[in-house]
Ligand binder design. Structure first.
Ligand code: ARG
Ligand code: GLU
Length: 722
């Protein structure tokens, strides 16, 4: 009887397990064979783990790059052609743009390799191999070592590991902690530095829907741009040179024209930045009830000011577009995140879990010794963290992060002033001045003084209102008192006095900077303020923040261990940490709210429905309208329409932008670029019902390249599967 029951139970678990397991998780490529491939194949994947990640043969990992540090890109031709998002290449597209050549507005298409535009400073990184190095990192560790000793040992072990992993190879290497430091993996990388812009649609396609549609489904954004990786004649990384040649990758993604249907297997392979899935309820409480609300308020104000200015002049639009997009993106995510956490009852659920865990811990003396202190200690630490975090983040919003920009810019001159004070030698000073002038040039390129004055008044006022007086820097309090809190009344005077709000004055000041200038600098209203705020944070906020975070780090490791022991049957995926990960699942619509169901894809028809020349974000280019009218769609259709975007339940986060979205045959069907608002809290708690990643349908990219841009020659180098 017992045996029979056991068999039935075993059968049931095997049969039901895949269905019951949510498609949550960002998995380590090295461990797919061990943990994931069976389930992936059950879901429809037709290839093997070696096709995804291998060190023995060419595989998908050889076509994927971390793009510029923050995004993902993938190679789609044997000649190093690479696709990523428009918003990932945005900075580069903007840098090449001017009023005469406005590539943001009009798009850019190199019609031959000679026309491709170099991007100094941009690099892409391929992963060569991963290795579990936990044992080597822990080597020499003895029980009872104190925190500092442990850190020292770990760091010195790590630097030994990375050195020996790269010696004589031209590669670089990093070791990263996983599961809060329970495990360590080595990543050996190869970075290329000659990356050229090949093509970008106009913003009215690449950023269609703008901030209005950002983080939202249904979506109609053609969010892609094309770059090419160049290498030396030996196919190895090289500095930019006219003599460089297109990089020959070991693997490039074939592109499928077959289409995307609900229920299809899909996976995303890229570089998710960071998630916090295993934190205690206190953390969620901090994010949802302390941090997000204040951060949302101040950014709402800054965005309002920038938007109003951008609508007055095309030049200001170019200058502030990237800045605004940058701060608006997290702002909007925070709003969705807080709502999602509320709706899912994440705090309550975490508390429930913590109660169960506590019962389990207290039931056993050994466990009590090991884990008994974790939750009480968390409570104590978060009480402090809540406050220090807000002070630090909010102050940053005011004095950096595109708050009062001339004030934050002023801090750059401090190093020069120190050199002069310390009688440094002439050459050093000269170099410093040249660098500073360059910093100024790029700062003022995107600076509008009238807009900055408005930002200044707004954020200075809010700093005084939203932070307790004990967290306000002394110089600020002086300034506030001098105008009785009415910053509008002094703004003109301050901007007249400072040298940091006007390029010509700044350049003259830096060029002639000498001992006498130091005294003048100390009287500059923005310099004094900027330096004082920074000193204030350094003395009164940062040390405590560092201490709390150090303690938290240790506690997180213990908490992770406790959770893994408590649920020992479960396979845990590690939090994202900007290393290459695989997420998989299915193409799937979702209920947004009661009675509102969203299907899994959008089409060009939807773009025509949104068309509105009076709304900047919805101003459809005429050429696109003509193509739609004449139904000049080429082979890029499904059911008679051109598909634009689709959603799936792949677990993704910031950094996954530009990641390849791959079908069951290992072919490229899309480029990941966003998540749907309702499920955006998945950085803290994934919701199988509503967490959806948004991808550009690759056929829309091809349609735009071919039919809209007339750059169809690019398609010839791709491997397109009909
Ligand atoms: N929300 C996406 C991401 O987190 C897209 C951001 C760029 N698009 C925009 N409209 N700001 O990066
Ligand atoms: N747009 C995000 C990025 O730049 C991806 C969206 C997300 O956060 O999932 O990586």
């Amino acid at each position: 009887m017992k045996n029979k029951l056991l068999t039935i139970w075993l059968l049931l678990t095997i049969l039901l397990a895949p269905a019951l397991r949510a498609d949550e998780g960002m998995w380590i490529p090295l461990l797919i064979e061990k943990y994931n491939i069976k389930l992936m194949q059950e879901k429809g994947f037709k290839l093997t783990a070696e096709d995804i990640y291998s060190v023995n043969k060419a595989c998908m990992k050889d076509a994927i790059v971390q793009f510029g540090g923050g995004c993902t890109g993938e190679v789609i031709s044997p000649d190093g052609l690479m696709i990523t998002n428009h918003h990932c290449g945005y900075g580069q597209i903007q840098k090449h743009s001017s009023l005469e050549h406005d590539y943001l507005t009009n798009g850019f298409w190199a019609m031959s390799q000679e026309e491709e535009l170099p991007n100094p400073g941009l690099s892409v990184t391929f992963l060569k191999r991963i290795e579990d190095v936990t044992e080597s990192v822990m080597k020499g560790m003895i029980d009872g070592m104190d925190g500092n000793e442990r850190d020292k040992l770990v760091n010195s072990n790590i630097s030994g590991i990375t050195k020996s992993a790269t010696v004589g190879t031209g590669y670089s290497a990093v070791v990263r902690p996983f599961y809060m430091g329970k495990q360590y993996f080595l990543f050996v990388n190869e970075s290329f530095r000659d990356i050229r812009l090949v093509g970008a649609p106009p913003s009215s396609i690449g950023k269609f829907g703008g901030e209005t549609d950002n983080w939202l489904w249904p979506r109609h954004t053609g969010d892609f741009s094309l770059f090419r990786i160049y290498a030396g004649k030996d196919n190895k990384p090289a500095e930019f040179s006219k003599d460089n040649v297109p990089y020959k990758p070991a693997f490039h993604f074939p592109i499928s024209l077959k289409g995307v249907n609900e229920g299809d297997f899909t996976m995303v392979f890229g570089y998710p930045g960071s998630t916090s899935e295993y934190v205690p309820s206190y953390h969620i409480d901090m994010v949802k009830n302390f941090l997000n609300p204040k951060m949302i308020v101040i950014r709402t104000k800054k965005i309002e000011i920038m938007e109003a200015a951008m609508n007055t002049e095309p030049l200001i639009r170019i200058q502030y577009s990237a800045k605004k997009a940058g701060i608006a993106n997290s702002w909007k995510k925070w709003i969705g995140e807080s709502q999602g956490l509320e709706k899912m009852g994440t705090i309550e659920k975490k508390k429930e879990f913590e109660n169960k865990l506590t019962v389990w811990i207290t039931a056993d003396n050994a466990r009590m010794l090991k884990y008994g202190n974790i939750l009480p200690k968390y409570k104590e630490l978060y009480a402090g963290l809540d406050e220090y975090n807000i002070v630090s983040s909010f102050t940053n919003e005011v004095f950096s992060n595109n708050g009062a920009e001339a004030v934050s810019f002023a801090r750059n001159i401090k190093a020069l002033a120190e050199l002069i004070k310390n009688n440094a030698d002439e050459d050093k000073i000269k170099v410093m001045k040249i660098n500073l002038l360059e910093t100024g040039r790029s700062f003022f390129q995107n600076y509008n003084i009238a807009t900055d004055k408005k930002l200044f008044v707004a954020v200075m006022t809010m700093y005084g209102e939203y932070l307790d007086i004990k967290w306000q820097a002394p110089e600020y309090i002086k300034l506030k008192n001098s105008c009785k809190g009415n910053f509008l009344s002094i703004v003109e005077k301050l901007y007249k006095k400072t040298v940091f709000a006007d390029e010509a004055r700044f350049n003259a000041f830096v060029t002639g900077f000498n001992e006498a200038s130091v005294a003048k600098l100390n009287k500059d209203p923005f310099y004094g303020l900027a330096v004082n705020v920074n000193d204030f944070l350094t003395e009164n906020v940062r040390p405590e923040l560092v201490r709390i975070n150090d303690d938290l780090q240790k506690l997180n490791k213990e908490y992770m261990a406790a959770q893994m022991e408590f649920e020992s049957g479960k396979i845990f995926y590690p939090d994202a940490n900007s290393t290459l990960r695989l997420s998989y699942g299915t193409v799937k619509g979702y209920f947004s709210k009661d009675a509102v169901y969203y299907t899994h894809y959008t089409t060009l028809k939807g773009i025509m429905e949104k068309d509105n020349p009076d709304i900047y974000d919805y101003d459809v280019p005429d050429k696109l309208k003509e193509l739609y009218k004449s139904k000049d769609f080429g082979p890029y259709t499904q059911n008679g329409e051109v598909p634009v975007c689709f959603i799936a339940n792949n677990h993704t986060t910031g950094g996954n932008s530009g990641s390849p979205v791959i079908n069951a045959d290992g072919q490229l069907i899309g480029v990941n670029f966003d998540r749907a608002w309702e499920g955006v809290a998945s950085d803290l708690a994934y919701n199988p019902e509503q967490s959806r990643n948004i991808s550009l349908d690759i056929r829309y990219a091809l349609f735009i390249i071919d039919k809209f841009a007339g750059a169809g020659y690019l398609l010839k180098e791709m491997t397109i599967i009909e």
